[in-house]
Design a protein around this ligand. Structure first.
Ligand code: PEP
Ligand code: MN
Length: 258
């Protein structure tokens, strides 16, 4: 975290595509952010590029050398095992990681098993993204499942990525609709930090800016945002990844309101 503002900014490509692309992106954004995101395993709504998988783990070892917190999605317990063995164990003990549970990962047995594998490793925090459907009880339930595995709350954080826009008014044609009031209540009730993901809410670069503008000043604790050095060439979520050169503008917008 940037100690001055106490906000956590995590940025990086939707997916790790090559060693050079992740390392170059991490080096470019290093002065602006605290964390780097890149998924190795991609859940897809319809079949498509599913990520490079285990092959990309050594690339993340290189990202860690930039000093950034390294964040990636874990879908099954086996991903955690692989990452602990081939990423965390290959880095200095000062390295910090965030593994996250994605919105589509809604099997509580899997959620708890993943939490159990991470809970005793003080280098790894766990981030919970909300489920796709708009239900406060379910979102709170995921948090309870994780905490019931004995996971320490000081290494747990939340991320709002919007809800599937089933039938609600959607004037900007967002990919997913935010519910800021619900996110604020859950942050308050859980006592956990809540960052927001304008990329998966917005679905387009323009919407990402609109959402950051809307959300800044609402008291959230940071951003998880997709950036790419060449968004047109991105293998997944090309329409919503902002160019790394636009990141300063986006952060200025977010930081303009405390
Ligand atoms: C992601 O952040 O890469 C992602 C797939 O998001 P979500 O689980 O929110 O769809
Ligand atoms: Mn994505």
């Amino acid at each position: 975290m940037k100690e001055s503002e106490n906000r956590l900014i995590i940025a990086g490509p939707c997916a790790a595509e090559s060693r050079d692309s992740v390392v170059n992106c991490a080096k470019e954004i290093r002065p602006l952010v605290q964390g780097f995101r890149a998924s190795l395993w991609k859940p897809r709504t319809v079949p498509g590029f599913e990520g490079v998988g285990s092959k990309g783990i050594p690339w993340l070892v290189d990202v860690v050398q930039t000093g950034l917190i390294t964040a990636t999605e874990v879908i099954v317990p086996g991903h955690v095992d692989e990452l602990i063995e081939n990423l965390v164990a290959k880095c200095d003990s000062s390295a910090r990681f965030i593994f996250w549970l994605g919105s589509r990962n809604q099997n509580h047995l899997v959620q708890r098993e993943i939490a159990s594998l991470i809970k005793d490793n003080s280098q790894i925090s766990l981030m919970i993204k909300n489920q796709p459907w708009e239900e406060e009880r379910h979102w709170l339930g995921i948090i309870d499942h994780i905490l019931s595995s004995g996971f320490p709350s000081n290494r747990l954080l939340l991320c709002h990525r919007g809800f599937a826009p089933s039938g609600r008014d959607n004037p900007h044609n967002f990919r997913n609709l935010p519910n800021w009031e619900m996110a604020k209540r859950i942050k308050e009730r859980s006592g956990l930090p809540m960052i927001i993901d304008p990329s998966h809410i917005g679905g387009t670069k323009e919407n990402v800016m609109t959402i950051v503008n809307e959300a800044s000043g609402l008291g959230f604790d940071g951003l998880l945002v997709e950036v790419h050095q060449n968004p047109q060439q991105a293998l997944s979520d090309s329409s919503q990844q902002i160019s790394t050169s636009d990141l300063p503008k986006l952060l200025k917008l977010f930081e303009s309101k405390p």
